[in-house]
Design a protein around this ligand. Sequence first.
Ligand code: FES
Ligand SMILES: [Fe+2]
Length: 422
Amino acid sequence: MPLPGPSITPAPDWTSEDAWVGTRRPILEAHALPSEAYVDDAFFALEQDRVFGTSWVCVGIADELDPVGQVLVRDLGGRSVLITRNGNGELRGFANTCRHRGTQLVEADCTLGRTIRCPYHRWGYDRDGVLVATPQFADAGIDRFDPADYGLHTVRVEQWGCLLFATLDDSAPSVPEWFGDLGQRLAGYRLADWRSHQTQVLEIAANWKLISENFQEYYHLRWVHPELAKVSRVEDHYRYQGDGMYCGQTTTPISSDERGDWDALRPAEGLDSSDITSGRFIALFPNVVLSVLPNHAVVMRLEPLAPGLTRETCTWLLPPGSEDVPDEDFAVTRDFWLTINGEDIDIVERGQLGLQGGGYTPGRLSPRFEEPLHRFHNMLADRMTGTHRIPAGDLADDLPLHGTGVNPLPWRGAPGHPLPTP
Ligand code: FES
Ligand SMILES: [Fe+2]
């Protein structure tokens, strides 16, 4: 088939369903996303507005706000927001712009005292956003000025498990509704009690969606991660998707006898027979990939910086009781992840190069291995076309592929999933 030449047709209208026909087909007939979704500046700008400007975007780990007066500065769809806790420890979010003449209030994450001070004329706001200081203003002859009218504009922030989320959309459902049954599926881990142990920030020369998509499928496991495939075998992976803005897979059992990289740490207390033997690998729409294992979790938070550039903040969390874990035990687990992640980064950067190089027309997806991508692409299409809905879970007739009930042990005995021989 000849290489497609430079396009002379006008750019698609990504807000119209007409642009998403290949995505909207059932998985058995669906196409992957077009290259514009990964490389095009206009697509990126629209996506910032329609996806990151309207979704619950992960802005950090809850314990980042443990120091009193800590303020996080985050970008939501191109708009800068502040996230902090007030004097009572309640979450607060604000637009990062002074109500006097609009100056950026806080440049980067920091610990402040009681007051958020504007650097320009020193207006001050408390951590509830109330304007509490306007130096020399009262003497300046102003009429009918009530500071109560000039508090910081608020942004919704919620904690869900160990994660913090913010949204610019006042009509968005709550975070528990956004993630549907996932809160129930993960309830046994009690992730709100887990603590950050180490964090690493990376910049990856790939679109944020390539990173999430790569995490969602295990089709590449054998070739990109030969060592991981020994711990986490392809045949032990199952989909793990109820209603909610997420795509997921679970691996049971989590490790084979060949390598023990994920066994070095002590498991959390009180896990049931499913959680104690499984790994949960979940892409939270839009910007987190979350791995939960019995003895540690890894959060990778994605911040799109440009069509082909993403900042990835990786945090390893440990369950309660792991505070004194020896560095060498933790290093076994961490270094295994660093190896796997390095292999993933190499391949997604290669993916970006291929998409940027021109000549790609959307290919097909493997229903067995890449169905979560189809779900993810449809969530993206929904936001881009302004269809604000939360997807249902996998169809009942797919259940043998991903288990049943809450926190399932994967169903055994389906074609391709023979019962283990004694
Ligand atoms: S712009 Fe902030 S105090 Fe003037
Ligand atoms: Fe991978």
